[in-house]
Design a protein around this ligand. Structure first.
Ligand code: HEC
Length: 109
């Protein structure tokens, strides 16, 4: 009985783990951002490396959902980036933010 309960818990653990892994930042990037942003080189928009070095995770998440209200504060003259509010789930936003941060080159903050 005890071992069965342990096995069930283990199974549940692995199921939820693989479910969480389904939302990949890389996939969100390839699907929604890649045409305009590249990882380390400037494309239509700034590179992820540049973004990760300059912004907090909160700022990045804010920009993804509301670029039109943040672009001036971020130093851009105009805003052509579309808002992803309602298009990406919070999990996808977390995943893409984490993905952007993997390109951070400055380790000081
Ligand atoms: C149609 C092109 C386009 C798409 C698609 C796009 N972006 Fe952008 N993004 C831009 C441009 C251009 C800028 C520069 C400012 C602006 O236009 O708003 C920008 C700016 C940003 C900034 C702020 C940069 C800074 O530090 O000043 C972030 C963060 C960002 N994009 C993240 C994303 C993410 C994440 C995605 C995908 C979910 C994405 N963008 C999709 C074009 C795009």
């Amino acid at each position: 009985m005890r071992i069965q309960r342990k096995l069930t818990l283990l199974l549940l653990f692995f199921c939820s783990f693989s479910f969480a892994q389904n939302i990949s930042g890389e996939k969100v990037f390839r699907t929604y951002c890649w045409g305009c942003h590249h990882q380390t080189s400037v494309a239509f928009g700034p590179s992820f490396q540049e973004i990760a070095d300059a912004r907090t995770k909160g700022e990045i998440q804010g920009y993804i959902v509301a670029p039109k209200s943040l672009y001036e504060q971020f130093g851009h003259k105009r805003s052509v980036m579309p808002s992803f509010e309602g298009k990406l789930s919070q999990e996808e936003i977390n995943a893409i933010t984490h993905f952007i941060y993997t390109y951070k080159s400055k380790k000081d903050n």
